[in-house]
Design a protein around this ligand. Structure first.
Ligand SMILES: [Zn+2]
Length: 427
C-alpha cells in the first residue's frame, strides 16, 4: 500500500492524501490553502481516484473538490450529510469571493454542482464496503458533521485518518468518538495543529470572554465579536445567552445561513440542538438593508454583535469596525486563531487596521480569546497512545508543533513519519 501526501504535509491547508492499494485508489480530503496572495491547491497530477472521503466541511479540506470535476475526474464523494450541506455553502461562497476579487479560479459553478451531485451519504459508526476495503466514519468532535475515517483493507492494513479532531466537548459539539482505537491500527494519520501547545481551561476562558462582553455593554459600548461562520458563530450566541442581557444580541453575516443549515440537518450532529434552536430564535439576525438601524441602536444603547469574517478578511464585521473604531467604550473581542498575514493578526500585532485606502489605529479595546476546535498537545498524545499504531504519520501542522509532536512520539517508541509535500510512504 502507498500513501501519497498531495497537500497538508508540513503545513495547515490543502489537506489531500491518496491511499493506493492494488485494487483501489482513494483520496482523503481535497482542500485549498488560503493565504494572503494566491490560493494554493494540492498536487493533483497523475491521479485517478475511485472515491473521495471528506472528513469535514472546512475549505482547507474541501476547497479543491471542484478542481477534480474540472479535470474530469468524476467519482463519488463520501461524507456525512452535515458535511455536504456545509460544504455546499462554503464552496459557493468561495466562488463568489473569488469572482468579486477577479481571481482566476481553476473551477466554475458547474464544477461545484457536479461535486455536490456525486455526494454519497455516510452515517457515523456504520461500516460500509467498497472494492478491497471497508470504511467507517467516527465523530471527530471538531465541527458538526466532522469525521475521523477508518479504512480496513482485508484485516491486513488498517488505516485511521483523524481529520481535524477535538476530544473535549464544546457548547456545540460532543467531542470525538475514539472507539476506532479498539481496532489494531496499522497506520494512524494524525493532525498536529496544536502539537506543541495545550489549551487554557475552556470554562475559565468562557467566563473571561463573557465578562469582557458584559463590561463593554455596561459602559454602553458595542462588543464586536468576529466569528467564523461555521462553529464559532453558533458557539458565540450559545455562550452569550448565559448573560441574559437586556440589549439584543445581533448576528450578522454568513453565520446566519450556516446556523439555519445546522438546525435543519439531523439533530444528532449538534450537542444541544434544542438549545441552539431556542437561542437562535432569540438572536436578532441582521439583513444587509437593516444594518443601518442596527448601527444606530448600538450607537445609542450599546450592545453585542457577532459577525463574520472571523479573521477580519472581509464580511460585515468590517462595517462594524468602521463605525465603532473611534469609540473607546466599545471593544473588539476575537474568538479564534488568527492566521499569519490576515487583517486580524496584523491588528492584534500592530494595533493598526486598513480600511479602504486608510490605515486606522482603533480606539476601542481589543482582546483575544482562543476558543480552539482542535485537540491540544496532551489530547493528541492521548489519541496516539490509545490507538497504539504500528506506524504514526504526523501531518496538518506547522513545523514547530510537528517537531515537538514527532520528538515525543519517537521517544515513546512509535515508528513515526513526517511526510513532506508529494512524499510517498510504503506500508
Ligand atoms: Zn477544520
Amino acid at each position: 500500500m502507498d500513501i501519497v501526501f498531495r497537500g497538508g504535509a508540513m503545513e495547515v491547508g490543502r489537506s489531500c492524501i491518496e491511499v493506493r492499494s492494488d485494487n483501489s485508489n482513494i483520496l482523503l480530503d481535497c482542500g485549498v490553502k488560503l493565504s494572503e496572495n494566491n490560493p494554493e491547491y494540492p498536487i493533483l497530477n497523475k491521479i485517478y481516484p475511485d472515491a473521495v472521503f471528506i472528513s469535514h466541511a472546512h475549505l482547507d479540506h474541501t476547497g479543491s473538490l471542484p478542481i477534480l470535476s474540472h479535470l474530469h475526474l468524476h467519482c463519488p464523494i463520501y461524507s456525512t450529510s452535515m458535511t455536504r450541506a456545509l460544504t455546499k455553502e462554503l464552496l459557493k461562497d468561495s466562488l463568489k469571493i473569488g469572482m468579486e476579487e477577479h481571481r482566476e479560479l481553476p473551477f466554475n459553478k458547474g464544477d461545484i454542482n457536479r461535486i455536490l451531485h456525486h455526494h454519497k451519504n455516510v452515517e457515523y459508526g456504520k461500516t460500509y464496503f467498497m472494492r478491497d476495503f471497508e470504511y467507517t466514519f467516527f465523530d471527530a468532535g471538531h465541527i458538526p458533521g466532522s469525521a475521523s475515517i477508518y479504512l480496513n483493507y482485508a484485516n491486513n492494513r488498517k488505516v485511521l485518518y483523524t481529520g481535524d479532531i477535538k476530544l473535549s466537548k464544546t457548547r456545540l459539539t460532543k467531542g470525538a468518538d475514539l472507539s476506532f482505537c479498539d481496532n489494531d491500527i496499522d497506520v494512524l494519520i494524525i493532525e498536529s495543529t496544536y502539537g506543541d501547545k495545550n489549551h487554557p481551561d475552556r470554562k475559565q476562558l468562557e467566563k473571561e470572554f463573557l465578562n469582557k462582553v458584559k463590561e463593554t455593554v455596561e459602559r454602553r459600548g458595542t462588543a464586536i465579536i468576529p466569528a467564523f461562520a461555521v462553529d464559532r458563530s453558533q458557539e458565540a450566541i450559545l455562550m452569550l445567552s448565559d448573560l441574559n442581557l437586556d440589549n439584543p444580541i445581533y448576528l450578522d453575516g454568513m453565520g446566519i445561513k450556516i446556523t439555519e443549515i445546522m438546525l435543519r440537518q439531523h439533530p444528532k450532529y449538534i450537542r444541544n440542538h434544542k438549545k441552539l434552536k431556542r437561542v437562535f430564535l432569540n438572536t436578532y439576525t441582521v439583513e444587509s438593508d437593516e444594518r443601518h438601524y442596527v448601527m444606530r441602536d448600538l450607537k445609542e444603547n450599546g450592545g453585542v454583535v457577532v459577525s463574520t469574517a472571523g479573521m477580519l478578511n472581509g464580511g460585515p464585521v468590517i462595517k462594524y469596525i468602521s463605525n465603532f473604531w473611534n469609540d473607546p467604550k466599545s471593544s473588539l473581542i476575537f474568538t479564534g486563531y488568527q492566521v499569519k498575514n490576515t487583517a486580524g493578526r496584523i491588528l492584534l500585532e500592530t494595533g493598526k487596521f486598513p480600511i479602504g485606502e486608510m490605515v486606522i489605529k482603533p480606539k476601542f479595546e481589543i482582546s483575544f480569546y482562543e476558543f480552539s476546535a482542535h485537540a491540544g498537545m496532551d489530547e493528541l498524545r492521548t489519541v496516539v497512545k490509545k490507538a497504539n499504531p504500528e506506524n504514526l504519520i504526523i501531518q496538518h501542522g506547522e513545523e514547530e508543533p510537528i517537531n515537538t509532536f514527532k520528538e515525543w512520539a519517537i521517544g515513546e517508541g512509535f515508528n513515526t513519519f513526517v511526510p513532506k509535500l508529494c512524499d510517498k510512504i510504503k506500508i
